[in-house]
Design a protein around this ligand. Structure first.
Ligand code: NDP
Ligand code: ZN
Length: 352
C-alpha cells in the first residue's frame, strides 16, 4: 500500500509499506477524510528527526473500518469512525492512573507516531473498542476531522489551566488549537478572554467563539500589553497554544499569584525553558504550570461529539481549505508549511 511519509528535513513523499496486520483487539481502517496537523509540520521541519524518515504521517480524520480483530465488540467492517489522534492502550497501568496518553511510556498513547499514521491506503488502530468513535449520521467529514485532535487538544488546554467562572484568561496562539481553547474557556465560564495572534481570519473566528480582546506578539512583550489592559492586575489563567520557549516567561509575568498555565504547545527547539525568578514569586508565587498532551480515546472523543451535536461548539469555521483524494496530501502539506494568512485547517475527503 502507499503512504505519505517524512523523508528528511523539509521533505515528504509517497512510500510503499506493508498493509498493517489486525490483532485481536484492533481494527484496520482506510481513510475517508484526513486533515494535517501543525505537529505533522513539526516532524517535517525537525532537524533532529532523522529517526522518522520513512514514517507515514497523519493522525486526524475519519475512517471506514475494513477489518476488526476477533475480540472487538462494538465495531464491524463498513462502520464509519472518527479516529482520535491519541489511541492509548487502555489496559496499561498509566491509563489506570489517569494518564492514558503515556500508556506504555512517555507519549506511548501517540501510537500513530510510532507505527505510522493515517496518511495511507490502510491504517491500524490499536484497542478499537477503547479508541474508535462512531461517526454520527449527517456529521460533516471536515467537522468530524476536527474532533480527532484540534478540539480535544484545545479543550485539554482549558482543563490544564483549570478555568473557573469569571476568570480572565489569555490564550496565547489562536490557530485551530487556540481557537478551540477559546471556545472551551468561554464554555467553562471565563469572563474576559484575550486572544493572541495576527491572522485576521483566526481573529474573526475567535470573536465568534467568544474572545473579547486581541493582542499581537508583534506589538511587544505580551505580559506588558496584558498588564496595561488589566490595570496591572494580569490574568487568572493562561492557555499556551502557540509561540516559543520564551512564551512561558511572558505567561508567568502576566499571571496573577495563584494563577495557572495550561500548555498544549509543542516545543520543538532548544534545551531549556526559562522561568523568570522574580515573576514566579521567587519560587513561592503559587503560579502553576501544567503541560500535557490530550488524553485521546473513545470516551473523551464521544463527549466532544456530544458537544457538537448539542450545539455547544461548531468546529466548522476551522476548515478553510477542502480537497479531494489522497493525492491532495502533498499540496495540503505545502499549504501548512507556507501558512497563508487565510489558512486555518485543510481537509481532504477520499472516495474509494
Ligand atoms: P498554528 O501555527 O496554526 O497557530 C499558532 C498560533 O500562535 C497562531 O495564532 C500564531 O499567530 C501564534 N504565534 C506565533 N508566534 C507566536 C509568538 N511568538 N508568541 C505568541 N503567539 C505566537 O498552530 P496550531 O493551532 O495548529 O497548533 C498549536 C500548537 O499545538 C502546535 O505547536 C501544535 O504542534 C500543538 N499541538 C499540540 C497537541 C497536544 O495534544 N498537546 C495536539 C495538536 C497540536 P499568527 O496569527 O500570527 O499566526
Ligand atoms: Zn495533531
Amino acid at each position: 500500500m502507499k503512504g505519505f511519509a517524512v523523508l528528511g528535513v523539509g521533505k515528504a513523499g509517497w512510500v510503499e509499506k506493508e498493509r498493517p496486520i489486525c490483532g485481536p483487539l484492533d481494527a484496520i481502517c482506510r481513510p475517508i477524510a484526513l486533515s494535517l496537523c501543525t505537529s505533522d509540520v513539526h516532524w517535517v521541519e525537525d532537524e533532529d528527526g532523522a529517526h522518522r524518515n520513512g514514517l507515514v504521517m497523519g493522525h486526524e480524520g475519519v475512517g471506514e473500518v475494513m477489518e476488526v480483530g476477533s475480540l472487538v465488540k462494538d465495531f464491524k467492517p463498513g462502520d464509519l469512525v472518527i479516529v482520535p489522534a491519541v489511541t492509548p492502550n487502555w489496559s496499561d497501568v498509566a491509563s489506570q492512573a489517569g494518564y492514558s496518553v503515556h500508556s506504555g511510556g512517555l507519549f506511548g498513547g501517540l501510537a500513530f507516531s510510532k507505527k505510522g499514521g493515517m496518511f495511507a491506503e490502510f491504517f491500524h488502530v490499536n484497542d478499537a473498542d477503547g479508541n474508535l468513535v462512531h461517526l454520527p449520521e449527517g456529521m460533516d467529514l471536515g467537522v468530524a476531522s476536527m474532533v480527532s485532535d484540534m478540539m480535544p487538544t484545545g479543550f485539554h488546554g482549558c482543563e490544564l489551566a483549570e478555568i473557573e467562572f469569571g476568570d480572565t484568561v489569555c490564550i496565547i496562539g489562536i490557530g485551530p488549537v487556540g481557537l478551540m481553547a477559546v471556545r472551551a474557556a468561554v464554555l467553562s465560564g471565563a469572563s474576559r478572554v484575550f486572544g493572541v495572534g495576527t491572522r485576521p481570519d483566526c481573529i474573526k473566528v475567535a470573536k465568534e467563539y467568544g474572545a473579547t480582546d486581541f493582542i499581537s506578539y508583534k506589538d511587544g512583550p505580551l505580559d506588558k500589553q496584558v498588564r496595561e489592559l488589566t490595570n496591572k492586575r494580569g490574568v487568572d489563567k493562561v492557555i499556551i497554544a502557540g509561540g516559543t520557549n520564551d512564551t512561558f516567561a511572558e505567561a508567568i509575568k502576566m499571571l496573577k499569584p495563584g494563577g495557572k498555565i495550561g500548555n498544549v504547545n509543542y516545543l520543538d527547539k532548544g534545551e531549556y525553558i526559562k522561568i523568570p525568578r522574580v515573576a514566579w514569586g521567587l519560587g513561592m508565587g503559587h503560579k502553576q504550570i501544567n503541560g500535557g498532551l490530550m488524553y485521546g480515546g473513545r470516551l473523551k472523543i464521544e463527549k466532544m461529539v456530544s458537544m457538537i451535536n448539542y450545539g455547544r461548539v461548531d468546529p466548522a469555521p476551522l476548515v478553510t481549505h477542502r480537497f479531494e483524494g489522497l493525492d491532495a496530501l502533498p499540496e495540503m502539506l505545502q499549504l501548512m508549511l507556507d501558512k497563508p494568512a487565510d489558512l486555518i485547517k485543510t481537509v481532504a475527503t477520499i472516495k474509494w
